[in-house]
Write a protein that binds this ligand. Structure first.
Ligand SMILES: Nc1nc2c(ncn2[C@@H]2O[C@H](COP(=O)(O)OP(=O)(O)OP(=O)(O)O)[C@@H](O)[C@H]2O)c(=O)[nH]1
Ligand SMILES: [Mg+2]
Length: 688
C-alpha cells in the first residue's frame, strides 16, 4: 500500500443497533472501493469484518474489526463495531479513535434503542456523525419516516445528503447525491432522475443549502445576496458544520445488493474532518492539564484501543497515532504502565489480513505485535516527551456473577487468565471479594461473560463456571442494650477470668463502628481494655444474624471485674466477644442489604411491564423522563433481586431496553426475609 499523508486519511467507526446491517455495509464499502474482488457476505461466512469463528457461527459481530480501502487518493479505515450491548466496550473504544462515526439505521425501524445508545457514545466523544438509512430495499422501509424519526430522537439538524430514488414499481430505485448531482440505480449503475423524484430532490437540496447557510454568518449573507450558495461555499460550509456537529448528514442505500457506497465514500472524504483538523486529545488529570493537538511533526503519541489475544499468532495491540509518527524500529514509552516498548513489528490490519507498514503518521491506525505490557486504553509516547492521555471511559459493567474453576486447584490459573482478559477488555472487571469470600466477575451481560468463559477455556485452558454471588449483607442494631458476661474457668492449674459490662448503641447509617471505655476505678484493669476492644472488633466480621459485617454502632465497656491471677488478655477477649454477641441479639438486630440505583431506558410501550417487574423485585420507582421516544425510568432496588436483570430486561422488552446500575446505599431488609436468612444461618451453624 502506498504511503498516505495525515490529511489523506479518514477513520470511520460504523455504529448502530444490533443486526441493523453494519457489517454488511462495511463489506459493501470495501467492495465499492475495489479493496476486495468479491463482496463479503454474512450469510456465506465470507465477511472481511466478521472473520472470527465466533462471529461467523453466531452471525454477529463480537468485537471491533478494521477494513482498509483506498478511494480517490485517500486511505479510509473502516471500523465495524458490535451492535449488541454486551460488546459495547469495543464500540466505545472504536469511537474514541475515529475521525467520524457512521450511525447505521434500519430503513424500516428507524431509531432503535441501540441507535440512541451508540449515538450517545459518539456525542460524548464530540465526534461528527454521518447517518446511513440502510436496507431501503425492504418492503417496510421509508426514508422520509427515518428522517422524521432521526430528527425527533437524535437531532433536529439531520439533513439528507444522499436520498433514495423510486423505481417504476414504486420500490427502491437507486440513490441520488444532492451535492454531486449524480444518481445511481438500485444496482449501482449511473442513472438519471425521473420526474417523480425531481420535486422532492429540489426541496431537499434547498433545505440543505439553507441549513448550511444558517451555520455561518458569512454564508448567510451570501445566501441572502444570491439566493443560493456556490458549490465551493457548500463544500466548505457543510464540512465545517459536520465537524462542529451542527449538521448530521443522512445518507441512503442498501448493502445486499450494494447501492450508494460510492457516494458514502465521497462523503467520508468531503464531509469528515481530516486527522489534523480533529479535536485535540486531553491529557489525564495530573498531567500538565493540557491537550495534545494532532500535529504530524510533533513528538509521538498514540492511544491503544484494542488488544487481541491469540495463542497461535500472539497478542496484537491496536493503536491510533494522535501526534507525530514513526519510521523503522523505535523505542517508545508506555506511560500508563511506566515501561519501554519496542515498536518494531507493526503493520496495518484489514480484516484478518496484515498489510506491511514501513512508517506510521498522525491519524492512522495500526497494530503491533510482540509488545510486553501494552493493552487497551494505554498511552504510548515519545520517551523524551512523556504524557498520559485521558483514558477512554467505559460503562460500569452491570452483570455480576461469582466465578470458580470447575477443577479444584485451578484458582491461580483462572486468576491469571482473568487478569489478562480484563486488561484486554476494560468492560470486564474481576475482584476477589473478601466480604463474601468469592471471586466475582462483572461484564456487560450474559453473552459477554459466556464469551469470556469460552476464551478462558480456549486461550488459557481453564474451565470455569458462574453462579449467583452471595450478597454482602451488613448487620446493625436498632436500639440500645446493655448487660454483662463473665468468662470463668477453673480447671486445675491456672484458671481463666474475664468479666465485662457493656452497652451497645445504634449510630446513624454510614457512621461505622466506634468503641469506647467508661470504666472507672480500674474494675477492668487498663491493660485489658485493649483486649476487650479486640474481642469486639473480631466479632464485627461475623454478625449474629447472617455472619455478615457489623456496622454503624457503638460499643461501650463501662464496668467489670478481674482476678489477680486468672485474668488474661485471652479471657477478656472471650468475655467481650460473648457479651457483644448477646447484646446485639437484644438490641433489635437488623440486617442491611445493598440497594442499587437503576436507570432503565425502554420504549414507551414496555414501560408498564418494566415498572411491574421492578415492583415485584422490591424496587421503588423514583421518577420518569421521556427522551426521544424512550422513557428513562429511575428506580432503586435491592441488589439481591437484580441477579441476571440484564437478561430479564431484554426478554421483557424484546431486547430494546437497557439499564445502568450503581451502588446507592444500605437499607434494612424486610422482616420476613431477615427471619429466613437468620434461620438459614443458625441451621448452617448447627450443622458445622
Ligand atoms: N434486505 C437487506 N438486508 C440486509 C441489508 N444489509 C444487511 N442486511 C441483512 O441484515 C442482517 C444483519 O446484517 P449484519 O451486517 O450482520 O448486521 P450488523 O449490524 O453487523 O449486526 P451486529 O454486528 O450483530 O450488530 C443480515 O441478515 C444481512 O444480510 C440490506 O441492504 N438489505
Ligand atoms: Mg456486525
Amino acid at each position: 500500500m502506498k504511503d498516505y499523508s495525515s490529511t489523506a486519511l479518514r477513520s470511520v467507526a460504523v455504529i448502530g443497533h444490533g443486526s441493523v446491517g453494519k457489517t454488511s455495509l462495511c463489506d459493501a464499502i470495501l467492495y465499492a472501493a475495489t479493496a476486495v474482488d468479491r463482496l463479503g457476505s454474512i450469510a456465506d461466512g465470507t465477511s472481511v469484518f466478521d472473520f472470527t469463528q465466533e462471529s461467523r457461527d453466531r452471525k454477529q459481530s463480537l468485537s471491533a474489526s478494521i477494513g482498509i480501502c483506498e478511494w480517490k487518493d485517500f486511505k479510509i479505515n473502516i471500523i465495524d463495531t458490535p451492535g449488541f450491548a454486551d460488546f459495547y466496550g469495543e464500540t466505545i473504544s472504536s469511537i474514541a479513535v475515529s475521525d467520524g462515526a457512521l450511525l447505521v439505521l434500519d430503513g424500516g425501524a428507524g431509531v432503535e434503542v441501540g441507535s440512541l445508545q451508540t449515538w450517545g457514545f459518539a456525542s460524548r466523544a464530540s465526534l461528527p456523525v454521518l447517518i446511513w438509512a440502510g436496507r431501503l430495499d425492504k418492503e417496510n422501509s421509508d426514508y422520509s419516516r427515518v428522517l422524521i424519526k432521526a430528527r425527533e430522537a437524535l437531532n433536529r439538524k439531520v439533513m439528507p445528503v444522499t436520498v433514495p430514488l423510486r423505481s417504476a414499481s414504486g420500490g427502491f430505485g437507486g440513490v441520488y447525491d444532492l451535492i454531486a448531482d449524480k444518481a445511481v440505480d438500485a444496482k449501482g449503475a449511473p442513472a438519471t432522475v425521473g420526474a417523480a423524484d425531481r420535486e422532492r430532490i429540489e426541496a431537499w437540496k434547498r433545505e440543505l443549502v439553507e441549513a448550511v447557510a444558517e451555520t455561518d454568518e458569512a454564508l448567510m449573507e451570501s445566501f441572502f445576496a444570491n439566493d443560493t450558495l456556490s458549490p465551493e461555499e457548500m463544500d466548505r460550509g457543510l464540512k465545517a458544520a459536520v465537524a462542529g456537529r451542527q449538521i448530521f448528514p443522512l445518507l441512503a442505500g442498501t448493502s445486499t445488493p450494494p447501492c450508494g457506497q460510492e457516494f458514502l465514500l465521497d462523503s467520508f472524504i468531503r464531509l469528515l474532518p481530516s486527522p489534523v483538523d480533529r479535536r485535540p486529545e486531553a491529557e489525564a488529570d495530573g498531567g500538565s492539564g493540557s491537550v495534545v493537538p494532532p500535529d504530524p511533526a510533533g513528538p509521538f503519541v498514540a492511544r491503544v484501543f484494542k488488544t487481541t489475544i491469540d495463542k497461535h499468532v500472539g497478542d496484537m495491540v491496536f493503536f491510533r497515532i494522535l501526534r507525530g509518527g514513526i519510521e523503522g524500529t523505535v523505542d517508545v514509552q508506555n506511560s500508563t504502565r511506566s515501561a519501554t516498548e519496542r515498536l518494531g513489528s507493526y503493520f496495518f490490519v484489514s480484516g484478518s489480513r496484515r498489510v506491511d507498514a514501513s512508517r506510521l503518521v498522525t491519524g492512522d491506525i495500526a497494530a503491533a505485535a510482540k509488545l510486553k505490557v501494552s493493552s487497551t486504553n494505554d498511552s504510548l509516547c515519545d520517551r523524551q516527551k512523556q504524557l498520559v492521555l485521558k483514558p477512554i471511559s467505559f460503562p460500569e459493567p452491570v452483570y455480576r456473577a461469582a466465578i470458580s474453576p470447575k477443577k479444584r486447584g485451578e484458582e491461580d490459573k483462572m486468576g491469571a487468565g482473568l487478569s489478562k482478559l480484563t486488561s484486554q477488555d476494560p468492560t470486564i472487571i474481576f475482584r476477589n471479594e473478601a466480604e463474601i469470600g468469592q471471586t466475582t466477575v462483572s461484564g456487560m451481560g450474559e453473552q459477554h461473560l459466556a464469551t469470556m468463559l469460552a476464551r478462558l477455556k480456549d486461550i488459557f485452558g481453564v474451565e470455569a463456571e458462574l453462579s449467583k454471588p452471595r450478597i454482602a449483607y451488613h448487620e446493625t442494631i436498632s436500639k440500645t442494650a446493655s448487660g454483662q458476661y463473665k468468662h470463668k474457668k477453673q480447671t486445675g492449674g491456672r484458671g481463666q477470668y474475664g468479666h465485662v459490662f457493656m452497652r451497645v448503641e445504634p449510630r446513624p447509617r454510614g457512621q461505622g463502628f466506634e468503641f469506647s471505655s467508661e470504666v472507672v476505678g480500674g474494675t477492668v484493669p487498663t491493660k485489658f481494655i485493649a483486649a476487650v476492644e479486640k474481642g469486639v472488633l473480631e466479632s464485627l466480621d461475623n454478625g449474629p444474624i447472617s455472619g455478615s459485617r457489623v456496622v454503624d454502632l457503638k460499643a461501650v465497656v463501662y464496668d467489670g471485674s478481674s482476678h489477680p491471677v486468672d485474668s488474661s488478655d485471652m479471657a477478656f477477649k472471650l468475655a467481650a466477644r460473648k457479651c457483644f454477641k448477646m447484646l446485639m441479639l437484644q438490641a433489635g438486630p437488623q440486617l442491611l442489604e445493598p440497594v442499587m440505583t437503576l436507570e432503565i431506558t425502554v420504549p414507551e410501550e414496555f414501560m408498564g411491564d418494566v415498572i411491574g417487574d421492578i415492583n415485584s423485585r422490591r424496587g421503588r420507582i423514583q421518577g420518569m423522563e421521556a427522551e426521544g421516544g424512550f422513557q428513562i425510568i429511575k428506580a432503586m432496588a435491592p441488589q439481591a433481586e437484580l441477579y441476571q436483570y440484564t437478561s430479564s430486561l431484554r426478554s421483557l422488552t424484546q431486547a430494546r431496553g437497557s439499564f445502568t446500575a450503581s451502588f446507592s446505599h444500605y437499607e434494612p431488609v424486610p422482616r420476613e426475609i431477615q427471619e429466613r436468612i437468620m434461620s438459614e444461618t443458625t441451621q448452617e451453624e448447627e450443622e458445622e
